[in-house]
Design a protein around this ligand. Structure first.
Ligand SMILES: Nc1ncnc2c1ncn2[C@@H]1O[C@H](COP(=O)(O)OP(=O)(O)OP(=O)(O)O)[C@@H](O)[C@H]1O
Ligand SMILES: [Mg+2]
Length: 202
């Protein structure tokens, strides 16, 4: 998992600093060209839009690969951004956090962020939910992350071959942190995933 995260970080940087930088430069060149000829800015407008759109897309991909907020402002802020990004008019998404758990960084933060990401991806893909809540609570010696939705739920049996990577990854990450993971779901009853990891106050 660490190797995979390192690779994601390299991809994110390559996209951001390589392709992203080249696209930004192309955008400036196009704008300069537009300003230099009569009717130029109108003529280059479609090209400008295309480049700007691609640059946006690239930023989104780089961000998904390596959530910058996680390193700079910690887990809570990164989760807030993540939760906001899944909200739609049909899906109310909220984040509940307690005191003093905001600044978590490093490997534990990354695992917990990826767990929330996988759980929310499932909510968007499978749940047909109207509400999803992500809760992060810090107890004296443990950190609890809970993601629950009011969607269609599923039969939670042992996963067979060909099962998805999402839930397996959530279990693996919880185990990698020396913690536990409970996945509760039933058809029509929504889904609740709770992860508890040991945590000492730094
Ligand atoms: N929140 C949820 N609501 C309803 N069903 C869910 C939810 N989460 C998971 N499931 C069910 O459990 C299955 C396994 O989920 P998992 O994330 O492991 O795999 P996947 O989403 O199918 O594929 P992948 O995550 O690899 O793209 C899903 O296919 C879906 O049927
Ligand atoms: Mg999934």
């Amino acid at each position: 998992m660490r190797a995979a995260e390192d690779e994601r970080r390299r991809f994110a940087l390559a996209l951001h600093d390589g392709a992203g930088q080249a696209l930004s430069a192309a955008l400036l060149q196009v704008e300069a060209l537009g300003a230099a000829v009569p009717d130029g800015s109108e003529r280059v407008a479609p090209l400008r839009r295309m480049l700007a759109g691609t640059l946006d897309e690239l930023r989104r991909i780089a961000h998904a690969l390596r959530p910058a907020t996680l390193d700079s402002v910690g887990l809570t802020a990164a989760l807030r951004e993540l939760v906001a990004s899944v909200a739609t008019p049909g899906l109310e998404a909220s984040l509940v956090t307690g005191e003093g758990d905001g600044g978590l960084r490093g490997e534990a933060a990354l695992h917990l962020f990826r767990i929330a990401q996988a759980a929310l991806a499932n909510v968007m893909q499978h749940a047909r939910a109207t509400r999803v809540e992500v809760a992060l609570a810090r107890e004296s010696d443990a950190l609890a992350l809970v993601i629950r939705d009011d969607g269609v739920g599923f039969e939670s049996r042992a996963p067979g071959p060909g099962a998805g990577l999402g839930l397996a990854g959530i279990r693996e990450r919880a185990a990698a942190l020396g913690g536990s993971c409970h996945i509760e779901s039933a058809p029509g009853e929504g889904t609740r995933i709770s992860v508890n990891v040991p945590w000492e106050d730094a």
